[in-house]
Design a protein around this ligand. Structure first.
Ligand SMILES: CCCCC/C=C\C/C=C\C/C=C\C/C=C\CCCC(=O)SCCNC(=O)CCNC(=O)[C@H](O)C(C)(C)COP(=O)(O)OP(=O)(O)OC[C@H]1O[C@@H](n2cnc3c(N)ncnc32)[C@H](O)[C@@H]1OP(=O)(O)O
Length: 245
C-alpha cells in the first residue's frame, strides 16, 4: 500500500515499516477545524455528564432538562453512523479520524474519555488526568475500574517503546491508597522487557508524592493484519493487510 505516513512522523530505531506501531505524540497531526469542533463537541458532552450527576436541581428542573436532552439525543441517534478509518486505539490511523481522538480513555473527541493526556519520551510514557464526579467509586475517589483502564492505556502506549505493539494479555493493579477525584493524577508507564512477542510493562499513578496504585501488564505483539481482519468484520472495506489503511 502507499506510504501515507503524515509528514514529520518517524519510526524509532528497530521499528520495521509503517505497520509497526510507533508513537511520537500528536504534535504532527493536523488539527483541522472539523477535528477541533469534534473535540469541542465531546468536551461539551463531558460537561453535561458531569453536571447531570453533580447539579443540585429540583424535580421539575430535572424533568425539563431531561426532556430537552432526550429530544436532542433522539435527533442524533436517528442519524446514520459515519464510517471512519483505522480504529480507536490505533497509533496507525492518524490521518483518518484523529490520533487517538476516538479512544475511550485518551480521546479528546470521545466524551466518555476523561481524557488522559499522554506525554511521550523514549523511555517513559506519562499520562496526566483529573477524574471528575462521574468517575467516582469510593466516596470522592476514582473507581478502580477506571484506574485499571488508565493503566491499560498508559502501559499500552509504553509497550510501543519496544518497537512493537499488540493486545493486553493481562493487567494487574495493586491499589495502594485511595485515588482522589478532582485532583491531578500522574500515570507513568515503562517498558520492563521484551521476550519475543511478549512485552512486559510496569507503571504507577501518583497523586503528588503519593503512589496510589501500581500496575504491570503483558502485551502480546500481533501481526497487524489481525486488526485488518477485525475491521473487515466491523464492515470496513480494508485494502491490504496492515490494518492502517
Ligand atoms: C486495542 C489495540 C491496541 C493496539 C496497540 C498498538 C500499539 C500501541 C501503540 C500505542 C498505543 C497507545 C495506547 C493504547 C493502546 C492499547 C491499550 C488498549 C489495549 C487493549 O485494551 S486490548 C483489549 C484487551 N485484550 C484482548 O482483547 C486480548 C484478547 N486475547 C487475544 O487476542 C490473544 O489471547 C492474544 C493476542 C493476547 C494472544 O494470542 P495469540 O494466539 O496471538 O498468542 P498465544 O496465545 O500463542 O500467546 C503467545 C505467547 O504469549 C503467552 N501468553 C498469552 N496470553 C498470556 C497471558 N494472559 N498470560 C501469560 N502469558 C500469556 C503464551 O503463553 C505464549 O507464550 P509462549 O510462546 O512462550 O508459549
Amino acid at each position: 500500500m502507499p506510504d501515507e505516513r503524515p509528514p514529520g512522523r518517524t519510526a524509532p530505531p528497530g521499528a520495521s515499516g509503517w505497520a509497526a506501531p510507533f508513537i511520537t505524540g500528536e504534535a504532527d497531526v493536523e488539527l483541522t477545524p472539523h477535528r477541533l469542533e469534534k473535540r469541542r463537541l465531546a468536551a461539551a458532552v463531558r460537561r453535561i455528564v458531569d453536571a447531570a450527576i453533580s447539579m443540585d436541581l429540583s424535580a421539575d428542573e430535572v424533568t425539563s432538562l431531561a426532556d430537552r436532552l432526550d429530544a436532542m439525543a433522539s435527533e442524533l441517534s436517528d442519524r446514520p453512523a459515519a464510517a471512519y478509518e483505522g480504529f480507536a486505539e490505533a497509533a496507525t490511523s492518524p490521518w483518518a479520524d484523529g490520533f487517538f481522538d476516538r479512544s475511550p480513555v485518551l480521546g479528546e473527541a470521545n466524551a466518555l474519555a476523561p481524557p488522559i493526556r499522554l506525554e511521550f519520551s523514549p523511555d517513559r510514557i506519562v499520562g496526566r488526568v483529573v477524574f471528575g464526579a462521574a468517575y467516582e467509586g469510593p466516596p470522592s475517589c476514582v473507581h478502580g475500574g477506571w484506574i485499571a483502564a488508565a493503566f491499560d492505556e498508559v502501559l499500552g502506549a509504553a509497550q510501543s517503546i519496544s518497537g512493537a505493539g499488540g493486545m493486553t494479555a493481562y493487567l494487574k493493579v495493586d491499589y495502594r491508597a485511595p485515588t482522589p477525584l478532582h485532583e491531578e493524577l500522574v500515570f507513568e508507564g515503562e517498558l520492563a522487557r521484551r521476550e519475543g512477542r511478549k512485552i512486559f510493562t510496569t507503571g504507577r499513578v501518583r497523586h503528588g508524592d503519593l503512589v496510589t496504585a501500581e500496575a504491570e501488564a503483558l502485551f502480546i505483539s500481533i501481526d497487524f493484519s489481525r486488526f485488518a481482519e477485525m475491521r473487515r468484520a466491523r464492515g470496513d472495506e480494508v485494502e491490504g493487510t496492515t490494518g492502517d489503511a
